[in-house]
Design a protein. Structure first.
Length: 415
């Protein structure tokens, strides 16, 4: 079980303290939902996102459950079409999924998820396990704008978990909630550490996830069976290489840096490591752990214990046939800004420039993370994080080339 939180309420602003208060009527005293360990029906938020698409695939493969998924589309058919389109784009769609997918038309940002009280109660009675993956991922918006979806939505998932029958809740949080002065870089973060507040947690997204994480911990203290999963930056699929390259309007910072560097022929010189974890590993770990009672009351750190040094990425790109000049980061950033200004609005360099200004940028320093509980609970399973080595990064690069996200390397000159 998590350690008791440090009482630092005086350091938390009043508006955040108010948001940390879980509705006192949410009391998980009902009997546990039957068949939770082999569910016939589960509820998933964020199904159409990058991680969500692979969670759908993993739930299809590892359970017999019908997956009820939240959708903001206007009609069930539009919701189905949207999900199918997303899963096809991420190369995981199978026609046999269709009978086991049921849209729930609603909105994370609204009370009762935008459902009527009766609809909310019916959903609570149908499903046996909840997977809360949905959030508004935007490192440019402030906390107030993200709060209804990321904090309010989590509050309503907790309410749903405690209603009718008590249902295990599996919450996808973020490692970024520890990237502040409250957690010194020299102190390893244990899995049962409580994320503390600091005004140096500047990203509105990270702050909204911090509040949501603490709400979930409060619900856990009230007796709700909860598991928390905190991944670092999530990368592409380890076998297919499928990655976020703007398919649904979302972009990954590392991928965008690689694309920009190859187009410029310039590479930023940094002293950092690339910590990303493949999306298929994250989903495999989450679903396997969710079917174990030993995972209740625990938090899990999902990061790559064998990250790639930044210099190794430069070597891989050069060895792949690209001509790249390594230059200081500040100089590279100036070139990016100049390129963005010379092109029409919303060009890829403008997107890159904007992403580099966010608090969770390439240069953010991270404390060390411990994964003892994760390794214990996954011992004997097939879930293992592959190292971010040249082979894996080469798989990602191959996908970038295949879909035209990056230019192919120039033909080698004949002697």
């Amino acid at each position: 079980m998590p350690r008791p939180p440090i009482d630092n309420a005086l350091a938390i602003p009043a508006h955040l303290s108010a948001d940390l208060q879980l509705d006192p009527t949410i009391q998980p005293g009902a009997p546990l939902a039957a068949h939770w360990e082999n569910p016939t029906a589960v509820f998933l938020t964020g199904a159409t996102g990058f991680l969500g698409a692979y969670l759908v695939q993993e739930l299809m493969a590892r359970t017999r459950a019908t997956v009820y998924y939240l959708s903001r589309q206007a009609t069930p058919q539009e919701a189905t079409d949207r999900l199918v389109q997303q899963l096809q784009g991420y190369q995981v769609w199978q026609d046999e999924f269709l009978p086991r997918l049921v849209p729930v038309l609603g909105d994370l940002a609204k009370p009762h998820l935008g459902l009527t009280e009766n609809e909310f109660g019916d959903l609570a009675a149908k499903v046996q396990v909840l997977y809360h993956n949905g959030s508004w991922v935007n490192n440019l918006h402030d906390y107030a704008r993200l709060k209804p979806t990321n904090v309010g939505g989590t509050h309503e998932l907790i309410r749903l978990a405690a209603l009718q029958r008590t249902k295990p809740l599996h919450f996808i949080s973020s490692m970024a909630i520890f990237f502040s002065a409250a957690h010194p870089l020299t102190t390893p973060i244990q899995e049962d550490d409580i994320p503390q507040y600091s005004d140096t947690l500047r990203s509105g997204y990270s702050l909204s996830k911090w509040v949501a994480d603490r709400l979930v911990l409060t619900a856990q203290e009230r007796g709700l069976p909860i598991s928390i999963y905190r991944p670092v930056r999530i990368g592409g699929h380890s076998r297919t290489g499928v990655s976020k390259v703007g398919q649904d309007g979302s972009f990954d910072l590392l991928n965008t840096v690689i694309k920009g560097s190859l187009e410029l022929g310039l590479f930023p010189d940094l002293e950092v490591e690339i910590p990303l974890v493949p999306v298929d590993y994250v989903c495999s770990a989450v679903v396997q752990l969710s079917l174990q009672q030993s995972a209740w009351g625990r938090a899990f750190h999902l990061f790559n214990p064998r990250p790639m040094p930044w210099a190794e990425l430069y070597g891989l790109l050069c060895d792949s046939g690209y001509t790249l000049q390594k230059i200081p980061y500040g100089e590279w950033l100036r070139v990016v800004k100049q390129k963005a200004a010379s092109l029409p609005p919303k060009n890829s360099f403008a997107i890159l420039q904007l992403m580099l200004t966010t608090p969770n940028n390439l240069q953010v320093r991270r404390p060390p993370f411990v994964t003892d509980i994760l390794r214990y609970c996954l011992s004997g399973s097939a879930a293992a994080c592959p190292p971010l080595d040249r082979a894996l990064m080469g798989t990602y690069l191959g996908y970038f080339q295949q879909v035209g996200y990056v230019p192919p390397p120039p033909p080698s000159k004949k002697e």
